[in-house]
Design a protein around this ligand. Structure first.
Ligand code: TTP
Ligand code: MG
Length: 403
């Protein structure tokens, strides 16, 4: 058989499989970076958090997870569960550096790469069957390379679409590699509890269970129109997920839609009712949001202020400006009007500020020509914020302190 024949055999095989998507997700990313940096932390339960004691866990090593410690858990609870817990105050610069190095490695395998968050990416390998005929082999290669160059482990999922690839990578954690071929999808979904799906919390899980739906496969078999009636649009999407259908493309950096909003959050080291401290923070948040808007040549009319009080109750209020805003001063002035209109004098724990209803600033070109290193990372961070909402809260609490 000549070379041409071999290629066409591979081509046919790949076409049979449909798309080939890889999802790469670093294991316990922040915690692993710290363990790599400090050998004394290796093999021990470690969490990365903000400034103790008033902070939550951002990342827990798998050794800490064995004690029931998980992300978002208040540090005092994590310490209660795991007496020997090592707590490291995070430094975002280190994680950004590790993230950039990881993404650089991944880019060597496919230019069709979507950076989904600071530690995860999708790669579309569909058109690289000549270079990389075996998707599982590429995945192994990637894992080895990341380990050799960064000393970090990751988990990789391979599937015919992003949904299956992501479910596969989560299923193999940590240091996993799970390959699901198109024909194996129904069996894979039959063995996957519904709680593993994005958007299913304990409440929704209970609703679905009351309908006799236990596994993702059950979701696919349940009549789609009934599920939509019971759960609205989410029901429709869940039905699709249960069938393993996901046609969303891998969107490389800079090619996605404009973000819908820009926002920042900050948790105070101590609850405060001092209006000077609060307005000082609002100014800082306004400047941060304004800077990012300008960098992206965007402006917005709607300003949203979110306040969480010391008793954890929260209020969210918005005001719309007559003119679109992207200067720190303009955003700050509207934020202060919202603050005064709320008029609640209780001590504040968290402040969040966002600008939405975004539009392009006329006659301006972006400062960054996408995708640059920094621009790409900002976009990746925005995606994280879209996904996790209060992710920036962690960063804020790691890096901001009242002056
Ligand atoms: P994840 O990939 O969700 O978590 P992880 O890498 O720590 O663990 P896993 O092995 O399960 O993938 O998030 C990546 C990093 O992002 C994580 O190390 C810390 C940070 N992060 C936050 O700071 N706040 C959050 O709410 C989440 C979800 C993540
Ligand atoms: Mg991860």
């Amino acid at each position: 058989m000549g070379r041409g024949d071999i290629s066409s055999v591979r081509k046919l095989k790949m076409r049979d499989e449909g798309r080939v998507i890889l999802h790469v997700d670093m294991d316990a990313f922040f915690a692993s970076v710290e363990q790599r940096r400090n050998p004394r932390l290796r093999g021990r339960p470690v969490v990365v958090c903000g400034k103790p004691p008033r902070t939550v866990v951002a990342s827990a090593s798998y050794e800490a997870r064995a004690f029931g410690v998980c992300a978002d858990m208040p540090l005092f609870e994590a310490r209660r569960r795991c007496p020997g817990l090592q707590c490291v105050e995070g430094d975002l610069h280190r994680y950004i550096a590790a993230s950039l190095r990881t993404m650089k490695i991944l880019r060597k395998y496919s230019p069709h790469i979507e950076v989904a968050s600071i530690d995860e990416a999708f790669l579309d390998m569909t058109h690289f069957y000549l270079l990389f005929p075996s998707p599982g082999g590429v995945a192994e290669d990637i894992k080895q390379r990341i380990f050799d160059e960064l000393g970090l482990t990751c988990s990789v999922g391979v599937g015919p679409n992003k949904l299956i690839a992501k479910l596969a990578s989560s299923g193999g954690k940590p240091d996993g590699l799970v390959v699901i071929r198109a024909a194996e999808v129904p069996h894979f979904l039959d063995n996957l509890p519904i709680g593993q799906l994005w958007g299913i919390g304990p409440k929704r899980e209970a609703t679905l269970r009351s309908l006799g739906i236990q596994s993702c496969g059950d979701l696919g078999r349940f009549p789609g129109n009934l599920l939509k009636k019971k759960m609205g649009l989410l029901g429709e999407r869940l039905h699709q997920m249960g069938l393993g259908i996901d046609e969303t493309p891998v969107i490389p950096l800079g090619q996605g839609p404009d973000p819908k909003s820009f926002g920042h959050f900050v948790t105070f080291p101590e609850d405060t009712a001092n209006s000077r401290v609060i307005s000082g923070f609002l100014l800082r948040l306004s400047e941060q949001v304004g800077r990012r808007l300008r960098k992206n040549c965007l402006q917005g009319k709607r300003v949203t202020l979110r306040i969480r009080f010391s008793d954890f109750s929260a209020v969210t209020r918005q005001k719309v400006s007559g003119d679109p805003l992207n200067s720190g001063k303009g955003i700050y002035q509207l934020a202060m009007r919202i603050w005064h209109s709320i008029g609640d004098k209780r001590p504040v724990r968290l402040l969040g500020l966002a600008v939405s209803n975004l539009e392009r600033t006329p006659n301006q070109v972006p400062l960054f020509s996408w995708p640059t290193k920094v621009g790409g990372l900002l976009e990746a961070m925005d995606r994280v914020n879209d996904k996790y909402g209060e992710f920036t809260l962690t960063w804020g609490s790691l890096h901001l302190s009242p002056r």
